[in-house]
Design a protein around this ligand. Structure first.
Ligand SMILES: [Zn+2]
Length: 278
C-alpha cells in the first residue's frame, strides 16, 4: 500500500516535471498531458525512501571503490558513526532453521567465529539475501572453500562459504532470493553447512542481529549499527594472566568478560586463548 503510494508520488512528481518542461519548451498551443493520464512508472521501492539504489555500484555512499580483491580489507576508509541497514525486501539465504554454530568467540577453540553456521545439505539452494552485485566469487582451500561476497545497496556485504558450487560470477547483478550457489562442505569445514557472514566495510556484524534462521524472518525492520556499541576488543591470554589481571589491563570487570565469553570465574584459561574484553 505504502509502496504503491510511493510509486504514485514519484509518478506524480515526474508528471509535474514533465508537464513543466513540456510547457516551458513548447508553444502554448501544444498539448499538455494532464497529470491523471501520466503512465505509472515502475520504480524500485527504495527510491521512495530516498536511498540511492544503484546495482552497478551498490552502496557507493559508503565504499569508495568497487574491487574484487579482498573480503574484509578497507583500511583507509573512514567508518561512519552509525549506519541504518534497511531489511526491506530481504530473503533468507536458506530455508534451514538449524544453527550449528553461533557468531563470536568459541570456548572450545582459540579463535573468533565471524559468521553463523547453518545446517544445509550438499546441493541445497543458497539464495542472495538482498539485491546486490557479486564482488567476489572464489575458492579458498584452507578457509572458506567455494565462497561468494555480495555487496548490497543498503551498505551490507554478505558472505556465503563452504559451497559445493557457485552459480554466479564476479560483477554479476543478483536479485534478493536468486539462487547463487549450492550448499556444501568445501574448505575448512567438517560436515556440510552454510557459513554466513554480514559485514559493513569489512567489519563483521553478528548476522543474528538481522537474520533469524530458526524463525525464518528478519530480526528487525531496520538494523541500526552504531560504532560505539560495536567496538569489539579481543585479548590473547599470556602466561601468568588471571581474569582479574586481564580485566584490569583492559579497564573492564571480570563479570563483564565472563558474560561476553560465556565462561565463569573458575574457568581455567589457556595461554594463547582469545578472550573478548569489550
Ligand atoms: Zn562458520
Amino acid at each position: 500500500m505504502l509502496k504503491n503510494l510511493g510509486y504514485r508520488l514519484i509518478a506524480m512528481v515526474a508528471g509535474v516535471l514533465f508537464a513543466a518542461v513540456s510547457y516551458a519548451g513548447e508553444p502554448v498551443s501544444s498539448q499538455v498531458i494532464p497529470l491523471t493520464a501520466m503512465p505509472t512508472v515502475e520504480c524500485p521501492a527504495h527510491l521512495s525512501v530516498g536511498i540511492a539504489y544503484n546495482l552497478d555500484n551498490p552502496a557507493s555512499f559508503l565504499y569508495p571503490e568497487w574491487s574484487n580483491q579482498y573480503v574484509h580489507k578497507f583500511d583507509d576508509v573512514p567508518f561512519p558513526d552509525s549506519l541504518v541497514i534497511m531489511m526491506k525486501d530481504f530473503c533468507m539465504p536458506t530455508d534451514s532453521t538449524r544453527i550449528t554454530d553461533k557468531y563470536g568467540y568459541r570456548p572450545r577453540r582459540t579463535r573468533v567465529h565471524y559468521g553463523l553456521d547453518v545446517k544445509v545439505l550438499t546441493g541445497d539452494t543458497i539464495r542472495s539475501a538482498f539485491d546486490g552485485k557479486v564482488r567476489i566469487s572464489r575458492y579458498e582451500r584452507r578457509g572458506y572453500g567455494h565462497y561468494l561476497v555480495i555487496r548490497h545497496p543498503n551498505g551490507l556485504e554478505t558472505v556465503y562459504a563452504h559451497l559445493s558450487k557457485k552459480l554466479v560470477k564476479e560483477n554479476q547483478i543478483v536479485r534478493a532470493g536468486e539462487p547463487i550457489g549450492l550448499g556444501g562442505n568445501t574448505g575448512r569445514s567438517t560436515g556440510s553447512h552454510l557459513h554466513f557472514e554480514t559485514r559493513i566495510l569489512g567489519k563483521p556484524i553478528n548476522p543474528a542481529f538481522m537474520f533469524n534462521f530458526p524463525e525464518q524472518c528478519a530480526e528487525t525492520d531496520v538494523y541500526v549499527y552504531r560504532k560505539a556499541d560495536n567496538k569489539e576488543v579481543y585479548y590473547k591470554v599470556r602466561s601468568g594472566d588471571t581474569l582479574t589481571r586481564i580485566a584490569a589491563k583492559n579497564e573492564t570487570s571480570v563479570s563483564a568478560i565472563c558474560k561476553l565469553n560465556g565462561i565463569s570465574r573458575n574457568t581455567i584459561l589457556r595461554v594463547g586463548q582469545t578472550l573478548r574484553v569489550n
